[in-house]
Structures are given as structure tokens and as C-alpha cells.
Design a protein around this ligand. Structure first.
Ligand SMILES: Nc1ncnc2c1ncn2[C@@H]1O[C@H](COP(=O)(O)OP(=O)(O)OP(=O)(O)O)[C@@H](O)[C@H]1O
Length: 894
């Protein structure tokens, strides 16, 4: 049986004599059933006592195949020969993490902190891996090499490599793969699978195996190894995949490492075993060792969040017996230890950073690690929730009907399935998602990119799977990138920049004020702040105040002054909107060289012509990026290997109030100066954990340096009547219509005769109470009423494209969506857009429970999307029970 629960006591290790001789054991007490059951004692035998040494009260413990002993009416448990003991099974350790951990725990920490920079071995390694996958899929060797090198054109170009030399080198590496595949060992019956995504709920592990051959893991290494045996850390990595496969009831007993550089060695000079393929056997002892090592790592990570004392959970290197003087990372390790004043086996170089900077790194390190755990909780839902629960949560499309499966050029697959009942989900075109046969964890599953999603869903994968279910796949990329952004900004960042960030120096401005915008003083001041800033400028733009317009003018001004500008925003949509305004504004007068960095599916159609292609001749690709005056990308892309290598005079970041502080750092660290544009009275950063990540750098800086900020106070969107409430509640009454025309708009402008509208819809702002009841996240009666309101506007002559509906929950969005053809969406997805008529379905009935009510900033967004007519639909009595909403009701009823 399996036992699991939080640890309430850890005993001492003792030695007892048994019929097999003296054996170590240790008793650990846990409370099964998530801590609800009575405590039970589990005795961990033999080498599992090493795991007990890392166990602490409060950690979660899982013991598989435990055996029960009854003694004097009391049941105790102990491990058996088949048991595995797993600490903190919910912490999903990545296989590559274990690999670096066995080399040295501190290396694991350093890799996590600084990320993988753009360098030639990494890029070449990726190409060789891709070629390996292609060969397994039967692609011709030369074709694959040419294709994969071209695909890496941009990265190679930035590194200063040309295609011919890379092709040569990849060919030498690929020879090892090709030769090995051609050996007699490969028969038709060989069953191959490349790039296999695996997750193990039992062992708390996840990873992506390079390949499986007859169910056995094969790992590719682009280095050399002239010993007979695979390197220790490589064996551990392959053994991890064996453990992950155990979750699929497979029992691999052999692992293969393929050292591709061995074939490229000069046989007359090199000595040792030059054969590239090295096999080793995977026994129980090795697998248990892997689990124990994973436990050490998970325990260290637990300490990072829950431990006490100075810098808990930061490895020192003493945990392992690695020798620092042979380590490639020795210098980095010493510098990081020196800067952060960390104890380390390698020692320290340099003076520590000021205490407040170290405290900052510490605080954000913990916040980001807490967010990582929340991401792991998302993975957990893959197996803890039933398919129906996942679907209800909008995290999966289930019961799909596979209709097509086509092999594409290059051996990839295009899978298509019908979606019965047209369900809603968070899945979007361009997302990476987990396609499976119905069971994404124990069944057949493949990561793939969603190509289209409509009546059917189309996914592209490396291997075919029967497409019966498609799940949102949580990713740790944003968490990883936040860590490297903190590292780059604080450990490697510019001193002057840090002085401003840490409130040690006021932002400076210099140079003449010029007239950029004649009809809007605040906008003109914002452009002047941007051009004269020596450190930073902050543009606070409430709804409809011309943020995008101002950004475009600021970029023109900066480029005109000779600056190279990075234009970043949280969403692709904002990046493309700003770019559109820049391109429209210059009317070809300024010859601005613009490049949009993003994926084909992420970048809007009308910006594809300036999208930077990664594929092609390295020199051309790199030149296109490096010569651009304006580079536009999402802030997530700013943390990519390619953009981390770029530098700019100014970084201009839109939607900055929706970004966590580390995500903002990722963009601004690439430039000498920065301009943040946002509105902290609208949606805050979306994070799962409750901590410092919830507050944007924009908001912090606006409060610290009000003199470096300007608020755009004239809005070009809403009628006077509509804007009144938001202006008073959120902007101290400072927000005003930009012109009389804007102020005087009304619903009458949208119809031939206002009398065609029902009387209750003739005012610009209305509250209607349909008297519905809420069931879960929907309110059917209210949904019907909303659809009827939309119909009434359409019947009176309003163009359906001019009407938008906002609802707080996706379930209600779906409920309304079934009854109308106009755009229906959540608040979060409506931020940044507007419509002449907006109907808001508040759903709440009886009480004010739900995301729209939790945070007044959401309501601000919902109420400020409409230009001429705003209809609120909800329970008047419930709303009146809260002072803020009571004021809203009063305004709507006026
Ligand atoms: N100074 C100006 N003179 C004339 N029109 C302007 C000016 N500033 C903005 N506008 C117009 O006002 C409208 C709203 O501007 P814009 O789209 O830039 O708003 P925004 O603040 O980005 O909106 P959101 O709140 O959605 O982010 C646009 O049609 C824009 O052309």
C-alpha cells in the first residue's frame, strides 16, 4: 500500500540487528489523508534513512509499497524491498535539474539563477538534437542538417557563425547518430519515439526524453567521452527517464548514451573508447539512488520557502564531493557567492552587494519559487482532477473525436479532432498544449502547438497520438525568466540604474522641451519626459487617454533623436497596436527600420511583413535584427536568449502595470533608459502566489517618483456620463473628455430613432436587475436577459460589431455566447479594447462573490470599455450592500 501525508515527527537513525545482519532504520511519523487522519509511524529501512536525514516536520512524505505490522493493537508501517520513499512529491523536479544537482547542488542553483545564455555549444547542441529527431522520423540526413541549420540562422548569426562551418560540424556529430542507427541492431521491429514528454506524480519528476528505443531511454550528448562508461550525471539523467517510464508500467533495464563528438575525434590522436554509443544497465539500486537524490533536491527547495536562518535552501557546494578546481563554473560560482555573500565551497570573489540589494534578490527569489510551486499545482491538476473537472475548469477539451491524422514534411504530424458541443477553454491558437489519447499522464501524450481552434481543433506534434483530449500545459518558462531577469538586473546590472531602482538617486532629466503634440498638454508632457529622461519616465494612462497614440509619438521622437528603441508590452496585441500606430504615424516620412520579434502565430497578420524570421542565412538574419531602429516584442520574449544579447538606448514598455517587477526588469535591463506606460488602476499582474510579484514596478515607481510621471488626463472614448464614475472613484476626478464631441456622445448617435429602443435602454448608463439565480459560475436567467438586451440594440439599428458583452466567468461567457453572435469575453480579455455599446453581466446574485468584485480595478476596466452606452446587468440589492457598489448603483440609476 501507499502511505502519504505531512510529517509530524522524524526519529533518529538507529542500527538494529536483523536476520540479514545489522541494518539502519529510522521512524518517521506522518498524518495520512492530507493530515486529517491519526498519526502513523513508518520505519524507513536501509539507504532510505538517507532520505530521513533530509526530512523535516511539515514536509510531505510518500512511501510506496509499505507493509503494515500489527503489534499490541497498534498498526505501524515499514518500507519493503519494493518501496520508494519520496519527499515533497508535489514538487516536480526537472530531470535536467537532477543532472546538474549530481554534479554539484550549487551548479543546480547557479543554472537556475542565471539561465542558459546564448552560446555556440548550446545552439549546436539543439541543432544536433533536432537532427537526431529527424533521423528517427526517417528524414534524409543532409536535408535535415541543411534545414535545422537554416532554422537556427538568427542565433548563429548573432554568435558570428556562418552556415557552412556549422553544417560541417553538425555533419561530424550527426555521423555518430547515423552510423549507430545504421548498425545491424536496428530492425523494422524497432520501435522508436523521439522527444517524449513525461511526468511522474509518484516520484515528483518531469522531463523530456530525447528518444526511446524499444522502450529504453536514449540520450544524446554533443560532447565527447572516451571512457568505456557513460558519465555519471548522464547515467543519472537516463535513469530518471527510466523512473518516469515506470509510471507508464514500463521497466527499462538499459540506458544508452550517444556521445556524438566521439566520431569527430581524430583517431590517430585520441585514445580510449571512441565508440559513440555507450550502454549501461539500470538496476534497482541506481533507481533508488535517483529517488534519494531527487529527495535531497526537493528538501533543499522546501527549505528555500519554509526554512529559517540565513539564506535557507541555497546550496553551498559542500553537500557534494565535487572538486571546485575542475569545475567550469568555478568563477561564476565565486562571483555569485561574493556578490550575494553566500557561503560556498568555491569561495568568494569581490565585495558583497549592498544589504538592500541582497535582501531584494532574496525576497524575489522566494516569491518566484513560491510562484513555481503554484505552477506545479497546475501540473498536478492533470492527474488530480477528473477529465470532466478539467473541462469545467476550462483547462481541457475532452471527449474529442479524432477525424484526421496526416504526416507532414519533416516527419511531423497534423492531428485534427472534432469538439463535441463546442465547449469553451483557455486553449488558444498558437499555444503549446498536451495532446493525449485521453490520459495525459499515464497514457499516450505529446506536446504540440495548436494550429487552429474552431469547430475542430488542429494540433501539430512530433509523433502521432489519437487526439481525444487536449490539455493546457503549464510552463515554468515565465518563472525561470523572472529569476534570470532578477539576476541580470541586480548581479550584473548598471549601478546608476540600481541607484534609481533602490531610491538612492532621483531620476534626472535634461535637454530642451519641444512641442510634439499640439492639442493635448499631458500627452506632450509625456513625450517630453520620455525624450529628456536620463533614467526613466512614467506615463500613467487611464482608459482611452491615447496611450498608444502617445507611445507612437514618443518612439518617433526618440528615433528622431538617434535612439535605438525596444518597444515591449505584456501582450502581443498591445505590441502590434503600438507598432501599427508607429507605422501609421510616420506616413513613410521617417525611414524607421522596424523589426517585430515573435512567433508566426503570436504576431498579427498585418505585422507579419516586419516579423523577424529566425530561419535563413545567419549574417542576414542577425543584421536584420541588429540594424533595426525599433525592435518590438512581448516582455516574455525580452527574456529569450536572442533578445538578452541585444542592447538599446531606450526601452518603452506598455501595459507595465500588468507586469510583475521581474518581468519588467527583463525588458528594461536591455536598455540604458526606460519609459513605462500603464495604469495601476486597471488590471494588476496575473500571478498565482500572493506575494511581491503582485505589485508592478510601474506602480512602485509612480509612488516613489511622482515627479518622473505624468498622467494623461483627457480621454477620447467615453461620453461624459459614462466616464463620471470611473473618473471620480479611480482618478480623483481628474479624467475628462478630450473634446466636446467625445463628452456629448450618446446612444442616440447609434440608432436612427432612439424611440426604437425600449425605454430602459435610452439612457447612456443603465442598471437592469433580471432577478436571476447563480448556479456555479453562471446565471442563466441573466444570460437570457443580456442576449435580449443585445437583440434590442440590434433591432433598433445598432451594428452587432459595435456591441460587446463582458462577463466575469468563462462559464457565463459561454452561456451568453450561445445566445448571441456579438463579442462576449471576460474582463481580462477586454482590457485595452472598447465598443460603442457594452453590456456587463455581473452574475452575482445574493452576494458579491467572484473575480470581478474582488478587485475594484476589474470593475474599472469593465465600466470604461463603452463609448456611448453601458448596461450593467445584476442584482441591485446585492450590489447596494457594499458602499463602493452602492455608489455605482446610484450613478447608474441617476
Ligand atoms: N492627441 C490626440 N489627438 C487626436 N486624437 C487622439 C489624440 N490622442 C489620442 N487620440 C485618439 O484617441 C483614440 C484613443 O487613443 P488610443 O488608442 O491611443 O488610446 P489608449 O489609451 O491606448 O486606449 P486603451 O485605454 O485602450 O489603452 C484613438 O482613436 C486616437 O487616435
Amino acid at each position: 500500500m501507499n502511505l502519504r501525508g505531512p510529517i509530524v515527527d522524524v526519529g533518529d537513525v538507529r542500527t538494529v540487528s536483523t536476520q540479514y545482519g545489522d541494518r539502519d532504520c529510522c521512524s518517521v511519523t506522518i498524518r495520512p489523508e492530507d493530515g486529517a487522519a491519526d498519526p502513523v509511524s513508518v520505519t524507513l529501512w536501509g539507504s532510505w534513512t538517507e532520505t530521513a536525514a533530509h526530512a523535516e516536520i511539515g514536509m510531505e512524505l510518500l512511501v510506496t509499497d509499505a507493509e503494515a505490522d500489527e503489534y499490541r493493537g497498534e498498526t505501524t508501517y515499514s518500507t519493503t524491498g519494493d518501496s520508494a520513499v519520496v519527499l515533497e512529491p508535489d514538487f516536480l523536479v526537472d530531470v535536467t535539474g537532477i543532472r546538474s544537482w549530481v554534479q554539484c547542488p550549487r551548479m543546480y542553483y547557479l543554472n537556475k539563477l542565471s539561465g542558459i545564455p546564448l552560446n555556440y555549444p548550446v545552439v549546436k547542441g539543439t541543432i544536433v538534437h533536432e537532427v537526431f529527431g529527424d533521423l528517427l522520423r526517417g528524414v534524409d540526413l543532409e536535408e535535415s542538417i541543411a534545414d535545422r541549420v537554416a532554422e537556427a540562422g538568427l542565433e548563429l548569426g548573432i554568435l558570428g557563425y556562418d552556415a557552412t562551418e556549422v553544417v560541417e560540424e553538425v555533419r561530424r556529430n550527426a555521423a555518430a547518430i547515423d552510423g549507430w542507427l545504421a548498425q545491424g541492431t536496428l530492425t523494422d521491429g524497432d520501435d522508436w519515439r523521439s522527444e517524449y514528454t513525461l511526468i511522474s506524480p509518484t516520484y515528483g519528476l518531469k522531463g523530456r526524453a530525447d528518444a526511446l528505443r524499444r522502450g529504453m531511454p536514449v540520450e544524446l550528448k554533443t560532447g565527447k567521452n572516451t571512457n568505456r562508461d557513460p558519465r555519471f550525471q548522464d547515467k543519472i539523467q537516463a535513469a530518471c527517464y527510466a523512473l518516469l517510464l515506470a509510471e507508464h508500467d514500463e521497466q527499462p533495464d538499459t540506458g544508452t548514451l550517444l556521445y556524438t563528438k566521439n566520431t569527430a575525434l581524430d583517431r590517430s590522436e585520441a585514445t580510449g573508447d571512441l565508440s559513440p554509443a555507450k550502454e549501461f544497465s539500470i538496476g534497482d539500486g541506481l533507481l533508488e539512488f535517483v529517488v534519494r537524490t531527487r529527495n535531497e533536491l526537493a528538501a533543499m527547495e522546501w527549505h528555500a520557502l519554509n526554512g529559517t536562518g540565513d539564506q535557507p535552501g541555497i546550496p553551498t557546494g559542500y553537500e557534494a564531493d565535487a572538486t571546485c578546481q575542475y569545475c567550469f563554473e568555478q568563477d561564476t560560482c565565486m562571483v555569485v557567492s561574493g556578490r550575494l555573500n553566500q557561503e560556498s565551497k568555491a569561495g568568494q570573489i569581490g565585495a558583497p552587494l549592498p544589504a538592500e540589494e541582497r535582501e531584494y534578490v532574496d525576497r524575489f527569489y522566494r516569491a518566484i519559487e513560491a510562484e513555481r510551486r503554484e505552477t506545479h499545482a497546475e501540473y498536478r491538476k492533470l492527474w488530480e482532477q477528473s477529465p470532466a473537472e478539467r473541462a469545467d475548469d476550462d483547462r481541457a477539451l475532452i471527449d474529442l473525436d479524432p477525424v484526421d491524422e496526416v504526416e507532414l514534411d519533416g516527419g511531423r504530424w497534423r492531428l485534427e479532432a472534432r469538439k463535441p458541443g463546442n465547449p469553451v477553454s483557455k486553449l488558444r491558437e498558437g499555444d503549446i498544449a498536451l495532446a493525449s489519447d485521453g490520459d495525459p499522464v499515464a497514457g499516450d501524450a505529446e506536446l504540440g502547438r495548436i494550429r487552429s481552434i474552431g469547430e475542430t481543433v488542429v494540433v501539430e506534434t512530433d509523433e502521432p497520438v489519437p487526439l481525444r483530449r487536449l490539455d493546457v500545459y503549464p510552463s515554468e518558462i515565465s518563472v525561470d525568466r523572472m529569476l534570470t531577469a532578477v539576476h541580470d538586473a541586480i548581479l550584473k546590472g548598471d549601478e546608476r540604474r540600481k541607484d534609481v531602482l533602490f531610491d538612492r538617486r532621483d531620476p534626472a532629466f535634461s535637454g530642451p522641451e519641444r512641442e510634439w503634440i499640439g492639442n493635448n498638454e499631458a500627452q506632450n508632457a509625456a513625450v517630453n519626459l520620455s525624450t529628456t529622461a536620463e533614467d526613466l519616465a512614467l506615463i500613467h494612462g487611464p482608459p482611452g487617454t491615447g496611450k498608444t497614440y502617445t507611445i507612437a509619438r514618443a518612439i518617433e521622437a526618440l528615433v528622431g533623436d538617434g535612439d535605438r528603441v525596444l518597444l515591449a508590452a505584456f501582450t502581443n496585441r498591445a505590441v502590434d497596436n503600438a507598432l501599427e500606430a508607429v507605422r501609421a504615424g510616420s506616413d513613410g516620412e521617417i525611414d524607421t527600420d522596424i523589426v517585430r520579434v515573435g512567433t508566426e502565430t503570436g504576431v498579427r497578420g498585418d505585422m507579419q511583413d516586419v516579423r523577424l524570421r529566425e530561419r535563413g542565412d545567419p549574417t542576414d538574419r542577425a543584421r536584420e535584427l541588429e540594424s533595426a531602429d525599433v525592435v518590438a516584442a512581448t516582455t516574455a520574449a525580452c527574456g529569450s536568449r536572442v533578445l538578452r544579447e541585444q542592447s538599446f538606448d531606450v526601452a518603452l514598455v506598455d501595459e507595465a502595470s500588468q507586469l510583475t517587477e521581474p518581468s519588467t526588469l527583463a525588458a528594461i535591463s536591455l536598455a540604458d533608459r526606460f519609459v513605462l506606460v500603464g495604469d495601476h488602476e486597471q488590471l494588476p499582474p496575473v500571478v498565482r502566489a500572493e506575494n511581491d510579484l503582485q505589485r508592478s514596478l510601474f506602480e512602485r515607481l509612480v509612488e516613489t517618483y511622482p515627479e518622473a510621471s505624468v498622467m494623461l488626463d483627457r480621454q477620447y472614448r467615453m461620453s461624459q456620463r459614462i466616464q463620471a464614475f470611473a473618473s471620480r472613484e479611480f482618478y480623483d476626478g481628474a479624467l475628462r473628455p478630450a473634446t466636446g464631441t467625445v463628452a456629448g456622445q450618446s446612444v442616440a448617435d447609434l440608432v436612427d430613432d432612439p424611440d426604437d429602443l425600449p425605454p430602459e435602454l435610452r439612457d447612456d448608463v443603465t442598471l437592469l436587475d433580471p432577478d436571476g439565480t447563480r448556479e456555479g459560475n453562471r446565471n442563466v436567467r441573466e444570460a437570457k436577459r443580456v442576449a435580449a438586451i443585445v437583440d434590442a440594440y440590434v433591432d433598433a439599428g445598432v451594428d452587432p460589431d459595435d456591441i460587446g458583452v463582458i462577463a466575469p466567468f468563462r462559464a457565463q461567457v459561454a452561456e451568453i455566447g450561445r445566445r448571441t453572435d456579438v463579442t462576449v469575453d471576460t474582463v481580462d480579455r477586454f482590457q485595452g479594447s472598447s465598443k460603442p455599446v457594452i453590456v456587463v453581466s455581473l452574475v452575482a446574485a445574493g452576494d458579491l462573490d467572484g473575480p470581478i468584485f474582488e478587485d475594484h480595478r476589474r470593475i474599472n476596466v469593465a465600466l470604461t470599455r463603452a463609448k456611448q452606452a453601458l448596461v450593467l446587468v445584476g442584482d441591485r440589492e446585492a450590489l447596494s450592500s457594499d458602499p463602493f457598489y452602492a455608489r455605482m448603483v446610484e450613478w447608474a440609476d441617476r
